[in-house]
Design a protein around this ligand. Structure first.
Ligand code: GRF
Length: 202
């Protein structure tokens, strides 16, 4: 059985959609793949309790635990090393970043490049980075959306697997636009994973 590991930092709504789709769409039977673990950098990530209630292994690798006595860069490297070790424990075929709010070092990414996907709440290459919805509104965009892409050392870059477009409506706030985009995220992330699993098992 091929293992999938999902990384979250908060509510994990994309992780929930992935878990639910993996079961409803029978990934184990169709692709020989299952979601084996959910890992978070935040002990209070509410997605952890939900994943555990679904019988999925959960682990916390707290990035704050690596700060003491280290420079910011050393702390980042130490956290990434611990996170990588925890991921490797599951020997995953695929790593999914789902609302994982950490910038990962090139050394970390190199260990998983080609088998690590991320979902970003904009139509990349437009609006990499943070506050994507407010930036789209401020720019006067008529459309916004989300992108599932392969993770590379360059932030929010990498090969695009899926995208979804939503309208930016008059009076939209970042929150109303985010909610409209998030609904689409929950559809395109599982779709992208199924395409990745089908392609990698061919
Ligand atoms: C989503 O907008 C996602 O695109 C971004 O983090 C937000 C929260 O995701 N990466 P989730 O609800 O934690 O899956």
């Amino acid at each position: 059985m091929r293992k999938i590991v999902i990384l979250i930092s908060g509510g994990g709504s994309n992780m929930k959609a992935l878990v639910q789709t993996s079961r409803s769409n029978r990934w184990a039977e169709r692709f020989g793949a299952e979601i084996a673990a959910v890992i978070s950098n935040k002990a209070n990530a509410s997605g952890l309790a939900w994943a555990a209630s679904e019988g999925i292994a959960t682990t916390v690798v707290d990035h704050k635990a690596f700060a003491a006595g280290r420079s910011p860069q050393e702390a980042r490297e130490a956290f990434d090393a611990a996170l990588a070790a925890e991921i490797h424990r599951h020997n995953p075929s695929l790593v999914l970043l789902a609302g994982f709010m950490r910038i990962l070092t090139p050394g970390f990414v190199r260990q998983f490049e080609g088998r690590m996907l991320n979902i970003h709440p904009s139509l990349l290459p437009a609006f990499p980075g943070l506050h994507t919805h407010q930036r789209a509104i401020d720019a006067g965009c008529k459309f916004a959306g989300a992108t599932v892409h392969g993770v590379t050392a360059e932030l929010d870059h990498g090969p695009i697997w899926e995208q979804a477009v939503v309208p930016v409506l008059p009076g939209d706030t970042a929150d109303t636009l985010a909610a409209r985009v998030l609904t689409q995220e929950h559809l395109i992330y599982p779709r992208a994973v199924e395409r990745w699993l089908a392609k990698s098992s061919a």
